[in-house]
Design a protein around this ligand. Structure first.
Ligand code: T4K
Length: 374
């Protein structure tokens, strides 16, 4: 894919990378071993380090986060309906549908755009097998309420935690909630392996199935193939990138917090611009900087167009709702069923947010936004 990025433009994100020297040092042993994939030494080490960092019972690595979601959904038995949010990246809903499950869309909360627990139970039927909430933008879902509903109805909870790597709730790793959580390590995420992802789960059998699934269904080389797997293994080069970036992860989060604080200073009293409240008890990774435009003078789309003219490229994450994509037309959903999500998809944009965004550039983004909304 081509891009035409020039120096003065500011894009929604930019990946943090280790120095070339650090990465070359990390991968140099691959020239000696010649083991480039199939769970080699880097893969094993990265998996173990993630396990330790997240206090996670089990971790499986994947080519990307989307494959991780497909893998964990493929382990759900029996198949059936899954209650989920339409206010997300298309990957969440695609993965549910591609695993043979039926997405049932539930609305989100108006204050933080995560799945609204008060609306879940009305959607539970005798076909419901799971709830798939999304920690959208890294905003932590109401995990206690969701857990209580799931227990009451005997449902699994699988979090799309693509945006939530490194977060904590009341001092505990966010990975410990629900039956499983998927974290994305795409180039645009707080920890990147270029492309990559991980699923944390609390059941050894699920881990075994996911590991077989990503290796065509083989439990070990030459074994029988019992499940319809695919090929979704993380390479040694990607795992090496993860190992390097993990070393600098504390610094990554502290730089993002500095960027976030500057945005808050500049924007918290600007009329027509609403930032999400900070969540009590949450150690945030500041993955994204969503702002809602609520102005009688102009729409979100006009603001984005005006900022683009200043060389600043916020994104309309997440527009449209996934329930609006034509591939999900067969579900027969209407956006009126999820009015809060619909409004969010028309009013929110995410501002540039990355560790190396300078204070001057944050100020440039804010000045452009303030002028665009006036
Ligand atoms: N669940 C949720 C809730 C997700 O948000 C995602 C992915 C997934 C599941 C699936 O996880 P993965 O399978 O991706 O691991 C991006 C990403 O491709 C996607 O990972 C992400 N969510 C989604 C929200 O955004 P685009 O099409 O908006 O990205 P793109 O290429 O326009 O990049 C945005 C900006 O980032 C560019 O303006 C410049 C910068 N960039 C991008 C890339 C790829 C770089 O500086 N370097 C790069 O290599 O989808």
């Amino acid at each position: 894919m081509q891009n035409n990025h020039s120096e003065k433009n500011i894009y929604v994100t930019r990946p943090s990378m280790p120095s070339k020297e650090e990465y070359f040092e990390e991968v140099s042993s691959l020239w000696e071993t010649g083991i480039l994939t199939h769970g080699g030494a880097k893969h094993q080490l990265f998996e173990n380090q993630l396990k330790e960092m997240m206090d996670a019972p089990h971790v499986s690595l994947f080519t990307n986060g989307h494959q991780g979601l497909e893998a964990v959904f493929s382990t759900l038995e029996p198949q059936g309906e899954v209650i989920t949010t339409p206010f997300t990246f298309v990957s969440t809903t695609l993965a549910i549908a591609r695993a043979g499950l039926i997405p049932v869309f539930c609305d989100v909360k108006a204050d933080d755009y995560t799945l609204d627990p008060s609306k879940i139970e009305a959607l539970v039927t005798d076909k419901t097998v799971a709830i798939v909430p999304v920690h959208v933008y890294g905003t932590v879902c109401d995990v206690e309420a969701i857990d209580a509903i799931a227990k009451k109805h005997g449902l699994k909870v699988i979090y799309d935690a693509a945006h939530a790597f490194g977060e904590k709730l009341n001092g505990s790793s966010i990975a410990l909630y629900g039956d499983a959580s998927m974290f994305s390590f795409h180039a645009t995420k707080v920890l990147n392996t270029g492309e990559g992802g991980a699923v944390v789960c609390n059941d050894e059998e699920i881990k075994k199935k996911m590991d077989a699934w990503k290796y065509y269904g083989f439990e070990s080389s030459g074994s029988d193939v019992e499940l319809l797997g695919t090929n979704a293994k993380m390479t040694e080069f990607a795992a090496a990138m993860g190992l390097c970036n993990l070393r600098h992860f504390d610094e990554e989060l502290s730089k993002r917090a500095t960027v976030f604080n500057r945005y808050r200073e500049r924007l918290e009293n600007v009329e027509g611009v609403r930032l999400c409240d900070e969540q009590s008890g949450v150690f945030s990774n500041h993955a994204y900087l969503p702002v809602s435009i609520d102005s009688s003078a102009c729409t979100r789309d006009e603001v984005v167009d005006r900022m683009n003219k200043d060389g600043i490229f916020p994104r309309k994450y997440f527009y449209p709702l996934t329930s609006e994509y034509s591939c999900f037309g067969y579900l027969g959903n209407s956006v009126q069923e999820t009015p809060v999500s619909f409004k969010a998809s028309r009013s929110i944009m995410t501002l540039p947010m990355y560790a190396d965004l300078s204070t001057d550039d944050v100020d440039r983004v804010c000045t452009s936004l303030i002028s665009a909304i006036s």
